[in-house]
Design a protein around this ligand. Sequence first.
Ligand SMILES: *Cc1c(COP(=O)(O)O)cnc(C)c1O
Length: 389
Amino acid sequence: MQVARRIQGLSAAIFSEMDDLGKELRAAGVDVINLSVGSPDRSPALHIQQALIEAIREPGIFNYALAEGLPEFKQAVADWYRQRFGVLLDPEREVLSLMGSQDGLAHVYLAYLNPGEVALVPDPGYPIYSAGVVLAEGTIHPLPLLKENGFLPDLGAVPVEVAQRARIMVINYPNNPVAATADLDFFRAVVQFARKYEIIVCHDVAYSELAYDGYRPPSFLEAKGAKEVGVEFHSLSKTYNMAGCRCAFVVGNAEILDGLRVIKSNIDFGVFRAVQKAGIAALHGSQEAVEINARVYQRRRDILVRGLSSLGWPVPSPKASMFIWTPLPAGWRSSREFVWELARRTGVLFVPGVAFGPRGEGYVRIALVGSEQRLEEVVRRIGNSFDFS
Ligand SMILES: *Cc1c(COP(=O)(O)O)cnc(C)c1O
């Protein structure tokens, strides 16, 4: 079957590749520990589960939802933003519900990028940022995330003629995969850059609530003028362990949201209303479980950072996100080779950094999605199978 050209530009998603490797090992009797996919392994708080159970008994709840999102859901989002970030939003015009932020990040280009127009996308980056550009038949200009710049894009290094042609840029802090954070000064510089070249900024803030040691990541919308140039995507997937529910939202510039709304109203009929009600319970309810969640991930981080470092593989300790992003151990150059060898020797799955873009080569991403015992087991197995000294 002849597929459309735009499909040929999509790489087979690394996660299905890792999944296949895991299946192969399991079939061979290996006890696989899969730290490749960043899918939360914990459950939503009980009050969220309860809201979902109650909602599915309401008459009419299984009807099509409004594409827009329930007014109460959008209000809950605006309330949460005010409380968490001090950012004021008009729930009617400045909030849009999404079937996962993946939905919004995939479709925003269809609304704002004509074929051949330029999008500035981080390298390494979360795969949908470039897949969305490919589907819209746009042109990707990578923004290298380099260690020497604190894994922030160097906006001054974007050639002027590229910046002038760019329509959209994506940023993501706390970052997946590089686990770096950004402060408001960086966001202010992005606002200036976006104003100067009339670029739409899309900030993905999926990990704002997974931060450690007391650190509180800011919203892009806290930067002065941000709402004039951009929107911010947030998801209930990580914050409330609701990844399978497909419930998220995008907030910010009302005009930018209008374009996305047009695309979405043609494609989908909105998030299942029972899920939106669970989302309201999550956003309006006690945030204690969110804090506990962050502490659980922090302990997991510490087990791997301490354990691997003690083996002679010094891995950096992230301030936020659910990942460790680390250079390969001494003596290894290819992230794919290392990850495959690691899987073969230990049954542990990480993601090769190069899967997130050429600038990811030389690194691996480790998702903190195993229990403390399992992560201790990871350290033990690596210690038994590799000599980093
Ligand atoms: C997990 C994740 C999301 C969330 O995606 P959903 O579609 O909302 O589940 C968004 N961005 C990044 C960078 C992520 O890692």
